[in-house]
Ligand binder design. Structure first.
Ligand code: ASP
Ligand code: MG
Length: 474
């Protein structure tokens, strides 16, 4: 049993869908029991979301235009993919119905002048409800017995609209009753990714990019032998190839390493994807739809021993916030108050560092949240700032986190030495750093102007030098 998930670019137009159909047919020839999960056609979710937002802000034209654009986009793909005229017309009616619903929703949003998270989930989930029946019909046209299934019927979630959490027990129950029998009868189900519904049937979504997560949940309920994420890159690379041309696909990563990378900006996997897989020890493989026989990366439980550093990734558009002052030393509660203030404005903290002199706490937030964070801190520490216990709340904009990931670093002396020597020799200034006690991730904060050089020299030090073990690359 395999679960295959196809991302937006894999179903982005007729050619891509034809390629996806070939991949599915070839996989089915190897293993009869497969379940397919699909994203919306690329760009569709953004268009739906943006037109609903515009409607709430008083503009009607964007959603009226979007309706036409989306109609043409799906029907144009259907023209070449669906052989039977009758099937094409059934699909056309389905798309028209979804888009009429979309226009009615946007119209109400426009009248109310308000877009709730619950309303947005109804709108943003429509893309998958148009791509899944298209892919299923394209499969049938190529002789693969297939039917689409709306995940609202099987993916049961809580009501945290916009980022709903799947409820495993009822979901797996429905998978047993609804999905499993289809597969056992030789039908290849094409399930809408990203969407679900509450126990009482109100539509939800799992958060942007959530189709990976959908595939992992369903794969886990199906006890799949492998969860395959089909995308448009050759698996997970040792670094961004636009920065490091020598970057290569990593053959294998542990769950732990992949989680560090997903978190640190390697946008190949939705960060929550691995959770259900880890629970049941199911391997997650990342493959390229447009190069199916090319290199892929498999993520498994076993840490691979060869290779100290597996990959280097970077997150941009960040701000380093410094809370500085000599009066902070030995005063309990400063850190707690700092992070409570940050939490109150709902800003996410990506990295934290404080030296033992306790004269400053620094942490990293997204640039677009930094003004709110600064204001919250200035309010929280108004008294300390007046008394000069805290000298200043000082933001440094335009910084990048460079994360060096690999569980082989654990307990291996000399990694930091090699790392900082390479940066020092290249004249890269490290503004702040952090290493968790898992020792599988060293994170550095560098200036935007230095980060490409930083990634290049670290890659050279760990991957292109003969004196250190390198991971298995393909
Ligand atoms: N279509 C959704 C999005 O664009 C989900 C996904 O692609 O995984 O966020
Ligand atoms: Mg996606």
């Amino acid at each position: 049993m395999l679960t295959l998930k196809f991302g937006g670019t894999s179903v982005g137009n007729a050619d891509a869908i034809a390629q996806t159909v070939s991949v599915i047919a070839a996989t089915k020839a190897q293993d009869q029991n497969i379940a397919v999960v699909t994203s919306a056609m690329s760009g569709v979710t953004d268009l739906l979301v943006n037109s609903a937002r515009a409607a709430a802000a008083g503009q009607r034209q964007p959603f009226l235009d979007a309706r036409d654009i989306l109609h043409d986009k799906h029907l144009e793909a259907a023209r070449t993919l669906i052989g039977s005229e009758e099937e094409r017309s059934v699909y056309g009616q389905h798309v028209t119905k979804q888009l009429d619903f979309f226009a009615r929703l946007c119209s109400s949003i426009n009248v109310l002048g308000e877009l709730t998270p619950r309303g947005l989930d109804v709108v943003s989930g429509l893309g998958e409800r148009m791509s899944a029946p298209l892919l299923a019909a394209a499969l049938r046209s190529r002789g693969v017995n297939s039917a689409w299934l709306d995940a609202a019927e099987i993916m049961v979630t809580d009501d945290n609209f916009g980022e709903a959490a799947p409820l495993l027990i009822p979901t797996c129950d429905r998978v047993q009753n609804r999905l499993k029998p289809m597969i056992e009868q030789g039908v290849t189900p094409v399930i809408t990714g990203f969407v679900g519904a509450t126990e009482s049937g109100i539509p939800t979504t799992l958060g942007r990019g959530g189709s990976d997560f959908s595939a992992a949940i369903l794969g886990s309920c199906l006890s799949a032998d492998e969860i395959q994420i089909w995308t448009d890159v050759n698996g997970i690379l040792s670094a961004d190839p636009r920065i490091v041309p020598q970057a290569r696909t990593l053959k294998q990563l542990s769950y732990n390493e992949a989680a560090e990378l997903a978190y640190f900006g390697a946008k190949v996997l939705h960060p929550k994807t691995l959770l259900p897989a880890i629970e049941r020890g199911i391997p997650v493989r990342i493959l390229n739809t447009f190069n199916p026989d090319g290199p892929s990366t498999v993520i498994t439980r076993e840490p691979q021993k060869n290779g100290l550093v597996k990959a280097i990734s970077a997150i941009r558009d960040l701000t380093l916030m410094n809370v500085e002052g000599r009066g902070m030393m030995g005063v309990p509660g400063i850190a707690a108050r700092t992070f409570r203030a940050v939490a109150d404005v709902k800003a996410n903290v990506l990295m934290i560092s404080q030296a033992s002199s306790e004269q400053s706490i620094c942490f990293v937030v997204r640039r677009h949240r930094s003004d709110d964070v600064q204001m919250a801190l200035e309010t929280e520490f108004e008294r300390e700032l007046t008394l000069r216990y805290i000298d200043r709340i000082h933001p440094v904009h335009n910084v990048v986190i460079v994360a060096v990931v690999g569980s082989g670093m654990r307990g291996t002396p000399g990694i930091a030495g090699r790392l900082f020597r390479s940066l020092g020799n290249a004249g890269v200034n490290v503004i702040a750093l952090a290493q968790g006690s898992s020792e599988s991730n060293i994170s550095l904060v560098v200036d935007r102007a230095d980060f490409e050089k930083a990634v290049q020299v670290i890659h050279r030090a760990f991957f292109q030098s003969r004196s250190v073990p390198t991971p298995q690359l393909v």
